[in-house]
Design a protein around this ligand. Sequence first.
Ligand code: PLP
Length: 384
Amino acid sequence: MVADRMSSVPESGTVKISNLVSRMKAEGVDVLAFSMGEPDFGTPENIVQVAKDTLDERFTHYTPSKGIPELRRAVADKSDRDNGIRCGSSNVLITPSKQAIFLSCLAFLQEGDEVIMQDPTWGTYEACVRLTGARPRFVPVSAASEYRMTPEMVAEQINENTKMIVMNTPSNPCGSVLSSDEIRGIADLAKDHDLMVMADEVYEKIIYEGNHLSIASLDGMMERTLTINGFSKTYAMTGWRLGWLLASEENINVVNKLQTQSITCCVSFTQTAGVEALNGPQESVATMVKEFGERRKLVLDLMDEIPSINVLPPKGAFYVFPEYDFDMSSERLATYLLEKARVAITPGAAFGTSGEGHFRLSYAASRESLEEGLGRMKRALAQL
Ligand SMILES: Cc1ncc(COP(=O)(O)O)c(C=O)c1O
């Protein structure tokens, strides 16, 4: 009964682990979970209040499919102000970030197309590309390039079938951040070979070293770039399912056709809260990023004491992606740590072939739990 195309879609490795952890916790097992990609902070109060007020006012019906005008304006203003992207409301589609990726792949890719992306990378890109009949073309990255997909590596993979390059900086799972020169280099390749770029910038504000550059701000890039961004990571709003796609008006109209035929529009009372997130006070973002920075330091110090693990300090996001030298698959290592130490991490192989021999640990968790969890991990690994 199942459509053939489903065989090309792997189950999300991160969601699989988190479902298992939820089940164990429900059974009363004391698991420390460092597997999920979401801030452990609550959504800031001012944002929550606006959603409550909106519900009280019964703004609870369909909205325009592209989003409420105030939010589209706020996203355009933010993109201009923070990212130097010259744009207006007509360049914005309000849709959950993951949905923006899914719809964009459906709208622009087809059988025969190839999409360049780094390996290891976040699994959703591969799944969405394959669903369309297109093929991912992986660029293996490692500690040697600090897990960055450089323009030289991209250039080697371009052929007559190449349609799109996926860029994710800061990256999940590696925490790597492309330099401005590297981003310019990728933009030049896209223009020279007439390619689209999908720029996933959901971690743009969570950055410790270097600066974020939006590729769509570069000359001649707006019309070929699909910029993905959202509220989940910056404002601790993962459960609100709110984000956006920024692109040329023509491309927004194409993707909007799919929005109207799928989710219709985003939830009404999260959209007004989104306006408050972008236009209201930003102190909570700074506080959260500062705390992530402290935890990053703590995790790097604690991992330094674990033999057989090498970790490159991540420049952004809230993950470390250590390499280990035990003779064990990352899937088995994750199971071992869960059973022996009651610590949940994500196997590196969940992010691609080149992720094997690594694991991802999210430090979006309290300092106490990180200290306890890494202690447990150290003791369990000593027994291998
Ligand atoms: C790189 C990347 N892009 C997009 C998303 C999806 O974010 P959202 O919750 O806004 O759909 C995630 C979530 O983990 C992510 O890691």
